[in-house]
Ligand binder design. Structure first.
Ligand SMILES: [Zn+2]
Length: 206
């Protein structure tokens, strides 16, 4: 049962998703967190690693962590929900009801909403195109994203010191530009399955 969903998924709180899907399609259904699915998809490429954190940057910011070979899970819901760690106390309002969460700064939606106050960009691709051309507002938006991303990564390293931090989600289509803006790249890799990592992870089996 979906205990709680942010406004990204309106009306999902209280939904018995597996039952609904099983009833409609007549197949067995299991439900898993999308970031955990993405992590499982990518882990196929790193069979020897035991400590890996996956971050997905899309509508929201998803997170999942493998610690000592086990997926980190909380008591009532998934732990390692990195999108909702606080980057800035009393910062921007987040869809979860708190303030200053990583998601409110690093999701594609947050970046675009914020950038559009100064520059009418359609999507992340356009933002990074304008950044490459040196458009002032786009450069400002990307620099501020990079600064927040570096802070976010340093918090995750402090908490778990993973062997590898994987970056995925639609925003990472701009990996060529983003890679150059990450200060410490030794433990960073980009999702090889791209935005489809979660689909593969679910298909591999939960
Ligand atoms: Zn939040």
């Amino acid at each position: 049962m979906c205990l709680y969903a942010t406004d990204n998924l309106r009306g999902w709180t209280g939904l018995h998703l597996a039952e609904e899907v099983s009833a409609r399609y007549g197949v067995e259904c299991k439900v898993e967190n999308d970031a955990i699915c993405a992590l499982k998809g990518e882990l196929r490429f790193y069979p020897d690693l035991t400590d890996v954190t996956m971050l997905t940057f899309g509508t929201g910011v998803g997170g999942a962590s493998l610690v000592n070979g086990e997926i980190l899970r909380g008591r009532n819901f998934d732990a390692a929900r990195w999108g909702h760690v606080s980057l800035y106390p009393n910062g921007r309002a987040c869809s979860c009801g708190r303030r200053g969460c990583a998601e409110a700064y690093l999701s594609a939606s947050a970046i675009l909403t914020h950038t559009r106050r100064k520059l009418p960009v359609k999507n992340g691709e356009e933002l990074f195109e304008l950044y490459k051309k040196g458009t002032k507002e786009a450069v400002g938006a990307v620099m501020s994203f990079a600064s927040d991303l570096n802070l976010f990564l340093s918090m995750i390293r402090t908490a778990l010191s993973p062997q590898l931090i994987l970056l995925g989600g639609g925003l990472m289509n701009a990996r060529e530009e983003i890679e150059k803006l990450i200060h410490d790249r030794l433990d960073i890799a980009f999702a090889r399955l791209g935005n489809r990592a979660g689909i593969y992870g679910a298909a591999f089996g939960l």
